[in-house]
Write a protein that binds this ligand. Structure first.
Ligand code: GDP
Ligand code: MG
Length: 180
């Protein structure tokens, strides 16, 4: 059975935990405050293949995200970089995170990686489109520049898009694991 390890990155409040909980439970709970980094496990099957999924969700306060990037950059097989479409600062942060991931996977601290790590850029809170600060096209362009998947989602309102996005990312990771 394959182990697939994903890490969530993004500004505090962007909705990382909400997106993850929506994927794992199909539900939106609303408040996910946690003072600790969390590691979630789930067994699932993608394209008929059983796998153990582990997802690292950094705590909102503190330097969880930085720790993922500095130390276990090699831990994660794939990343979800989450921003909030109604918060431009979170988009700028996503830009920085993508750059750090791409620098990390092109040699640098993880020189054993021969191919780029699969990444998905996630524009969350699509339901807040009346307060939108980041056009969808900008998200799409940033994703293209960084050779990653892109999807706008609403953890608050919909499971479908989030499920598709995790499945696509996991598929890319499985492809890479097969080639190792
Ligand atoms: P994190 O710090 O990135 O893990 O963010 P959280 O998952 O804790 O979410 C931060 C806040 O945004 C919480 O109050 C959530 O209820 C809210 N939130 C998360 N996703 C959505 C969404 O898709 N739409 C709306 N309107 N609110 C959301
Ligand atoms: Mg959180």
């Amino acid at each position: 059975m394959n182990d697939v390890k994903l890490a969530l990155l993004g500004s505090p409040g962007a909705g990382k935990s909400a997106v993850l909980v929506r994927f794992l439970t199909r539900r939106f709970i609303g408040e996910y405050a946690s003072n600790a980094n969390s590691l979630y496990h789930k067994r699932l099957s993608v394209d008929g293949r059983q796998l153990n999924l582990e997802v690292f969700d950094p705590c909102s306060q503190g330097s969880g995200a930085r720790r993922v990037l500095e130390e276990p950059m090699d831990w994660a097989d794939g990343f979800l970089v989450v921003y909030n479409i109604s918060d431009r600062a979170s988009f700028s942060n996503a830009k920085t995170l993508l750059r750090q991931i791409r620098e990390g996977s092109n040699g640098g601290c993880s020189s054993f990686r021969e191919v780029e790590v699969p990444v998905c850029l996630v524009g969350n809170k699509q339901d807040l489109c009346h307060a939108r600060q980041v056009p969808a096209d900008e998200g799409r362009c940033l994703a293209q520049e960084n050779r990653c998947l892109f999807q706008e989602v609403s953890a608050a309102e919909s499971y479908q898009d989030i499920s598709i996005l995790f499945t696509q990312l996991i598929r890319q990771v499985l492809e890479q694991l097969k080639q190792r």
